[in-house]
Design a protein around this ligand. Structure first.
Ligand code: ADP
Ligand code: 5GP
Length: 199
C-alpha cells in the first residue's frame, strides 16, 4: 500500500449527477485517472466500450470473478459490476477515481483503509427523480428501481469521509475538487510519498 497513489471512491444514488461531476473533475484535475469497471449492464446511448465501462456478458463476468480478476464486485440495480484488481494500486503520482456503489466502497475501504470515500447527494428526492427522467436513458421500470435503491444507498452515508450536495453543478465541482486537492496535501501522505509537485 505504501508509496501508491490515492484511491478516491465516489458513490451516489443513480441520477444524483455523479457521472457529470466525474467527467468534469477528470478534465480539471491532473494526475487523476478513472477506474473503468466491468459490467453486464447494456450500454446506454452514447456510452463507449472500454471508456465508460467494459461491457461483458454475465458468463464472461462470472468467469473473471472466478479467476480473481476483481478486487470487488457487486450486483447493483440488477446488473453485475466489478473493479479490476490492478486499479486499486495506482503508481505514486497517479491517483485513481472509482465510481462504485456503497457495497463496493465498503470492500475497498477494507483493502485500502487510506482510500478517501466521497458520497454525492441530490438536493432532494424530487430533484433526483426529475434528473433520472430528464436523462431519458433508463426505462420506467429501471427508474422505479433506482429510486427505491436510492433510499437504501442514502442510509450508507456514515461509511463515507465526505458528503457533497450536487445542487448547483459548479458549487459541487468546487467542493469535490477541494476535497481531492486537500487530501493530496495531507502531511501524512506527503511525508510517506516524499515531496512531489503537481502543477
Ligand atoms: P449519475 O451518474 O449519478 O447517475 P448523471 O451524471 O447521469 O447521474 O446525471 C443525471 C442527470 O442529471 C443528467 O441529465 C445530468 O445532466 C443532470 N444533472 C447532473 N448534475 C446536475 C445539477 N447539478 N443540476 C441539474 N441537473 C444535473
Ligand atoms: P450505472 O448503471 O448508472 O452506470 O451504475 C449503477 C451503479 O453501479 C452506480 O452506483 C455505480 O457507482 C455502480 N458501479 C459502477 N461500477 C461499479 C463497480 O465496479 N463496482 C461496484 N460495486 N459498483 C459499481
Amino acid at each position: 500500500m505504501e508509496g501508491k497513489g490515492i484511491v478516491f471512491v465516489i458513490s451516489a444514488p443513480s441520477g444524483a449527477g455523479k457521472t457529470t461531476l466525474i467527467r468534469e473533475i477528470l478534465r480539471r484535475i491532473s494526475g487523476l485517472s478513472y477506474s473503468i469497471s466491468y459490467t453486464t449492464r447494456p450500454p446506454r446511448p452514447g456510452e463507449v466500450d472500454g471508456k465508460d465501462y467494459h461491457f461483458v456478458t454475465e458468463e464472461e463476468f462470472m468467469e473473471m470473478a472466478r479467476e480473481g480478476k476483481f478486487v470487488e464486485w457487486a450486483r447493483v440495480h440488477g446488473a453485475l459490476y466489478g473493479t479490476p484488481k490492478e486499479n486499486l494500486y495506482p503508481e505514486p503520482g497517479t491517483d485513481v477515481l472509482l465510481d462504485i456503489d456503497p457495497q463496493g466502497a465498503k470492500q475497498v475501504k477494507e483493502l485500502r483503509p487510506d482510500a478517501v470515500l466521497i458520497f454525492i447527494v441530490p438536493p432532494s428526492m424530487d430533484e433526483l427523480e426529475r434528473r433520472l427522467r430528464e436523462r431519458k436513458k433508463d426505462s420506467e421500470e429501471d427508474i422505479r428501481r433506482r429510486l427505491s435503491n436510492a433510499r437504501k444507498e442514502l442510509d450508507q452515508v456514515g461509511l463515507y469521509d465526505y458528503i457533497v450536495v450536487n445542487d448547483e453543478l459548479e458549487n459541487a465541482l468546487q467542493y469535490l475538487s477541494s476535497i481531492i486537492l486537500a487530501e493530496r496535501c495531507k502531511t501524512e501522505r506527503v511525508l510517506k510519498e516524499g515531496i512531489r509537485w503537481r502543477v
